[in-house]
Ligand binder design. Structure first.
Ligand SMILES: [Mn+2]
Length: 446
């Protein structure tokens, strides 16, 4: 942050935030002097979104050898139309006021381990000028550039590591693939336009839709789908096809695309649900990838990578529902951006805990959280644990504190109960610390 005092202040602010992620800023800071100091910190020109997050991004990217997914996506942070903050831009069909946050979340390719954020950028939507000519529109910087910016900021993987960028349809863009190639990385991206013309291995121009329809079935697999609102749980049977092709450069070219004039080779993987029950929209994904696909197992792996994309949706939920970023009453865009920076890391921590509860449920909680938290939680939830508390026990006990009942039919706890429980736990921890302090004082002064 430029000097030691500021950095220490930031650490104090972050620790206060961590204690109560869903609390308001005044609640999180507790004391008026701490709140004022936090606002003062956020007003220093050097204390930016970028400066707060840079060490976290660097630490995430500095990974051990292995394959990692960098799941990229944009979320709209809408602070509400009534907000008097100069500099916010119209979002969500003009009904909101805020900015776009584009993030790359790094997770293990073969585990669900959450490593953190590899890179992020904030984007303010610029209104299109009235009566704009088409040529001007194409020349203007488009919103899609954020994908390339985050890919470039993620950069080349360290020695022995491989980055696979996993993107939804918003990322299906020639320019995006050129950026990924430029960073010696790979991609799995959901195709956006099935009518788009590709070059087949026999150098014919054909639409993606035509090309995939004549591919042979490589294999089928069964997928267990959890129940969702208005949809019962079911086992879906999925058919998988794959084939090689090349994407042609677009007709309208930005200066960046002009430097990558050649078609880009890739593989299409098409997965489609067959015999879906009536009234249910069958699952269908058309995925484009740079990873080698030679058989059904390879294709299945590509699909499994895309299936992990929901983790970034979970992170967005953690940031919005959990950390309440859009309800925070800060008065400048710089303060709002800095707050989103702090909360970004906090949301990663909460997602890590949730993911650990699923991937390593039997790991002793003691290895993940401070012992005091476990003691307080065990006492508060009136549970006697016969064995050392596991990550899963800990997680479910927090959810129960937040109102989760935990019958078999309730499934896994949702974010809202988790936040409520987390908040209560931290109040209890603060309370227990106050008692210890009060007792010490009584002993001292009698
Ligand atoms: Mn998206």
């Amino acid at each position: 942050m430029g000097n030691k005092r500021r950095t220490e202040r930031l650490i104090t602010v972050a620790a206060n935030v961590a204690g109560n992620p869903s609390g308001s800023f005044p609640e999180q800071m507790g004391l008026w002097k701490d709140l004022k100091a936090a606002y003062r910190l956020f007003d220093i020109p050097d204390v930016t979104f970028q400066a707060i997050l840079e060490p976290h991004w660097r630490h995430t990217r500095d990974c051990a050898p292995g394959r990692y997914l960098v799941i990229g996506d944009t979320t709209e942070l809408d602070f509400g139309l009534s907000r008097q903050v100069p500099g916010l831009s119209r979002i969500g069909n003009g009904t909101g006021l805020g900015f776009l946050l584009h993030s790359g979340l790094m997770v293990g390719a073969d585990s669900e381990e959450i490593f953190g954020l590899a890179a992020q950028t904030i984007h303010y939507r610029k209104p299109a000028p009235k009566n704009e000519k088409r040529s001007d529109m194409l020349a203007r910087e488009r919103e899609s550039v954020v994908w390339g910016q985050v890919i470039d900021a993620t950069g080349q993987p360290p020695t022995g590591a491989q980055f696979v960028h996993v993107l939804d349809r918003g990322g299906d863009n020639f320019e995006v693939y050129a950026h990924v190639l430029g960073q010696h990385a790979d991609w799995v991206v959901r195709a956006n336009h099935l009518s788009r013309k590709f070059l087949t291995p026999s150098r014919e121009k054909t639409s993606l839709k035509c090309y995939i329809s004549q591919l042979p079935v490589a294999g089928t697999y069964a997928l267990q789908l959890r129940a969702r609102p208005q949809q019962a749980a079911r086992t879906a049977t999925l058919e998988v096809r794959f084939g090689a092709l090349s994407m042609l450069p677009p007709k309208h070219q930005s200066p960046y695309v002009k430097s990558h004039p050649a078609p880009i080779a890739m593989t299409v993987v098409w997965v489609r649900e067959i015999n879906a029950p009536k009234g249910v929209e069958p699952i269908e994904w058309v995925l484009l990838t740079s990873l080698p696909v030679n058989n059904f197992e390879d294709a299945w792996q590509v699909i499994s990578y895309y299936e992990k994309r929901w983790l970034i949706e979970e992170w967005h939920k953690a940031l919005k529902t959990g950390c309440h970023v859009t309800e925070r009453q800060l008065k400048t865009t710089q303060r709002l951006e800095a707050m989103v920076g702090l909360m970004s890391v906090e949301a990663v921590r909460l997602l890590q805990l949730k993911s650990l509860a699923r991937s390593e449920p039997n790991r002793p909680a003691r290895e993940v959280v401070p012992p005091l938290w476990i003691d307080v939680l065990a006492a508060a939830s009136k549970q006697s644990f016969a064995r050392p508390i596991t990550v899963r026990d800990f997680y479910r006990a927090i959810a129960k504190l937040g109102g989760f009942i935990g019958r078999k039919s309730d499934g896994e706890p949702g974010w809202i109960t988790i936040w409520r429980g987390w908040e209560k736990l931290h109040l209890l921890i603060q309370g227990s610390e106050l008692i210890v302090r009060a007792r010490t004082n009584r002993q001292k002064y009698g």
